[in-house]
Design a binder for this molecule. Sequence first.
Ligand code: 5RP
Length: 225
Amino acid sequence: MTQDEMKQAVAEAAVERIRPLLDSDTIIGVGTGSTANLFIDALAGIKHLFAGAVASSEATAERLRSHGIDVYDLNSVDQLAVYVDGADEFDPHLHLVKGGGGALTREKIVAAVAKEFICIVDSTKKVDLLGEFPLPVEVIPMARSHVARELVRLGGQPVYREGFVTDNGNVILDVQDMEILDPKALEQQINNIVGVVTNGLFACRPADVVLMGTPDGVEVLHDTH
Ligand code: 5RP
């Protein structure tokens, strides 16, 4: 099975998993990236079963609308039954690194509102220790150099994502070589740097379940540690 086929399998598994949660009032949160895109495409087949979606990026909003799925402003929504999104890495506690696509801040906001966070990945995303994938940090543009110096003090090597502007009008620093021994503490520490909007560690609010596509099928993973 190719990586794309594994992504397709988890996208379809996620649709089946959320189907019992849906009714005509249900609004769901939808993530960003190639796996989330496959989920959106699969979701289109059951769009008559729910009210609509909140998108974690402009790209996702556009794709949802292209399928005729209504997109809601998060401020007009009381609750989200579920949030479905991909990840760049996940560990055995279902802590994630996200933001490869640069949508980390809106993703973290939507995940915070959702009752359940279902993460959909292929098996290449599984790690024992987070940090091999460079950690994205969204930064207010004027604070870029200051934040970069602070990230060096924390032991990382920040790299400016050239030519990329987030949906919020900010820039991204991708932090290489960061030792992530305590993901929750590091998530909070980086977020405390003045000028940081948020970082791509999802440890304070991890996934509730990971659906992982493998060559042998889809595995359902919980934090067992
Ligand atoms: C976007 C993300 C994505 O979830 C992450 O980059 C995974 O993407 P893909 O499904 O394309 O591998 O965090 O900001």
